[in-house]
Design a protein around this ligand. Structure first.
Ligand SMILES: *Cc1c(COP(=O)(O)O)cnc(C)c1O
Length: 479
């Protein structure tokens, strides 16, 4: 048996590269990353590709490894080229963010030392770091002591965690799901609908409160719906507002919805995945002043703090509500919670073992300080105003003033189908590749979206978009 063990050890030790091998592989990876970053200002924001990375499949997973150079060549051709380049400042579609570098280094460290951040007992420092970050975000949104939350992977998961918390706080038992009512607007992000389904609330009555001409929920209509439902003997229990809709960046009237929720005893959830961090700016502070009224809030650092994908946050005003839904007992964990006052992520979320996500947020916040984040968000708000003004000068229609950093606009040609025209225009802009934009349907109109949140988007990219739009309108008009 000893011989056999030593033989297995020989091969299993390959999982621990030597100093020399570490150095070689690391140098190749760093070199690749440096080349990527050094050309990012000139890189295309979108690459239309025929094979869409399919050559990756030519190199199947096999018993023997390949070299780092071969691996990086596969990544470059198949992963890092086709489709959207979210790191580009030319990414002005959906909701961008970018992916700041020190966050990548935070992930690198977190993965090398692999601390167990689910439970305080195992890694008190890691859990303290995550709790400290959550406390910082609670302060940012104006939450009291006694609030807490969870660092999760995304806004979608954060919304799900909040919806489950609301369900349990309002004691919605399965027998009464069908007469329980949830209120949102059609502009709510689809992850809210998904979260409702996953939380076992798909059979609730879902009421879509009407929106005004700026796509904001109308509070008086919400009140009316709730009163009607109560009169019918239904059980209203949850209202979801958006603080920055994905589509147009509209902020629902947060203070008014807050008083309605309070009056009727509803759980008040605000989905601020996109817009929440604008509260770091003066303008955002005014516009988001109702945020603190919510029982739960979702904010996405991989949007508003420009982190690489993989960090969404749920904040809950009273930690007891989170505990009600997520605390657990297990005999094999009996030593882990004895005599410990600090909260652990495992008690406050569906996860146990988890990525030590705190590092990817803590390191950039500590190295940069908050000031550059604040400035970058303020820059984005101003770029949206600039674009809104300039795009109209080149003949586009942009009816609604931007509330945050999303601008909706379209070109209305003198003759012909405007929807068709804008669709063709979008295809031309995407094919050009320097700037990537997306579209939406607003009241039946095909509308282009300018969504400015990538940290690498500055005046230059916005001017490029304006000239690409201008050139292509002219070309399309000639044909
Ligand atoms: C992006 C977004 C989400 C979903 O967040 P993910 O991190 O993409 O899962 C939810 N709500 C709003 C308003 C968003 O903009």
């Amino acid at each position: 048996m000893r011989d056999q063990l030593l033989k297995l050890e020989e091969t299993s030790r390959l999982l621990e590269p030597s100093v020399h091998d570490r150095e070689n592989v690391r140098a190749a990876v760093v070199d690749y990353a440096e080349k990527f970053l050094n050309q990012i200002d000139y890189a295309r924001a979108f690459n239309v590709s025929e094979d869409k990375g399919s050559h990756l499949l030519d190199s199947p997973i096999s018993e023997d490894g390949i070299s780092i150079d071969e691996a990086l060549a596969l990544v470059k051709e198949n992963v890092d080229t086709p489709g959207l380049n979210p790191a580009s400042g030319g990414h002005l579609a959906y909701i961008p963010g970018g992916g700041i570098y020190y966050s990548a280094l935070g992930d690198y460290l977190a993965d090398v030392f692999n601390r167990y951040s689910g439970i305080f007992y195992a890694s008190p420092g890691a859990v303290r770091m995550e709790n400290m970050l959550i406390r910082w975000m609670c302060d940012v949104v104006g939450y009291p002591a006694g609030a807490s939350g969870n660092l999760t992977t995304s806004g979608s998961l954060a919304n799900l965690i909040a919806i489950v918390t609301a369900r349990d706080a309002k004691a919605i038992k399965s027998a009464e799901v069908a007469r329980s009512v949830i209120y949102l607007s059609k502009q709510a992000h689809h992850s809210v609908d998904k979260g409702i389904r996953v939380a076992g609330l798909g059979e609730c009555v879902i009421r879509y409160a009407p929106v005004d001409d700026r796509f904001k929920m109308v509070p008086s209509e919400l009140s009316r719906l709730i009163e009607d439902d109560k009169a019918e003997g239904l059980k209203p229990f949850l209202v979801v507002a958006s603080a920055g809709t994905t589509d147009v960046g509209a902020i629902d009237p947060l203070p008014e919805i807050g008083s309605i929720a309070k009056e009727h005893g509803l759980w008040y959830h605000i989905d601020a995945a996109y817009g929440g961090f604008f509260i770091l700016t003066e303008e955002g502070k005014q516009k988001l002043r109702g945020l603190r009224l919510a029982d739960s809030i979702v904010i996405d650092p991989h949007k508003g703090l420009f982190l690489p994908y993989g960090l969404g946050v749920v904040l809950v005003k009273s930690v007891d509500d989170l505990k009600r839904s997520y605390a657990f007992e297990a005999s094999y964990m009996q030593d882990a919670f004895a005599g410990i006052n600090e909260l652990s992520p495992a008690e406050l979320s569906p996860e146990l073992t988890k990525h030590f996500r705190g590092m990817r947020l803590w390191l950039p916040l500590k190295l940069h300080g908050v000031a550059p984040f604040r400035a970058c968000l303020e820059e984005k708000l101003l770029l949206a105003k600039y674009f809104h003004a300039e795009v109209q000068k080149i003949g586009f229609e942009s009816k609604v003033d931007p509330e945050l950093s999303v601008v909706t606009y379209r070109y209305v040609p003198a003759s012909g189908d405007a929807n068709e025209f804008n669709k063709r225009l979008l295809n031309e802009v995407v094919a050009d590749g320097r700037i990537f934009i997306s579209s939406t349907m607003l009241n039946g109109e095909y509308t282009l979206r300018f969504a400015c949140l990538a940290f690498r988007t500055h005046l230059k990219q916005v001017d490029t978009l304006l000239s690409v739009l201008n050139e292509n309108v002219k070309l399309l008009m000639e044909n």
